[in-house]
Design a protein around this ligand. Structure first.
Ligand code: ZN
Length: 104
């Protein structure tokens, strides 16, 4: 399998997510500044919660991407972590960080 193509996809995605994460961290700093105001709007709190959960999603994706890049290095990329069988290239195309194949 041509892993260099997937490696590029993964690295692009990692760069993108890293930038998003930095952007979110910046917004968090603004949020903290807001906390000097005693009365906080309920919807502001809600927006903050959504940001936090977005951070977590990005964190998970970055972990998946790092794991996938590691597998490329080890030469085990494209095999299912659950059953060890090859993952469809079409699935990797859609989600290059996929750890398992759809049936698992
Ligand atoms: Zn499997």
């Amino acid at each position: 399998m041509d892993t260099s193509r997937f490696e590029k996809l993964l690295r692009d995605e990692k760069t993108k997510l890293g930038a998003e994460q930095k952007e979110n961290a910046k917004e968090d700093e603004f949020d903290n500044a807001d906390h000097f105001f005693p009365e906080e709007e309920a919807d502001q709190v809600e927006a903050h919660d959504i940001e936090l959960s977005m951070d977590r999603t990005i964190g998970n994706s970055l972990e998946d991407i790092d794991a996938a890049l590691e597998r490329i290095e080890k030469g085990t990329y494209g095999t299912c972590e659950a059953c060890g069988q090859a993952i469809d290239e079409a699935r990797l195309e859609a989600n290059p960080a996929a750890r398992t194949h759809t049936q698992c």
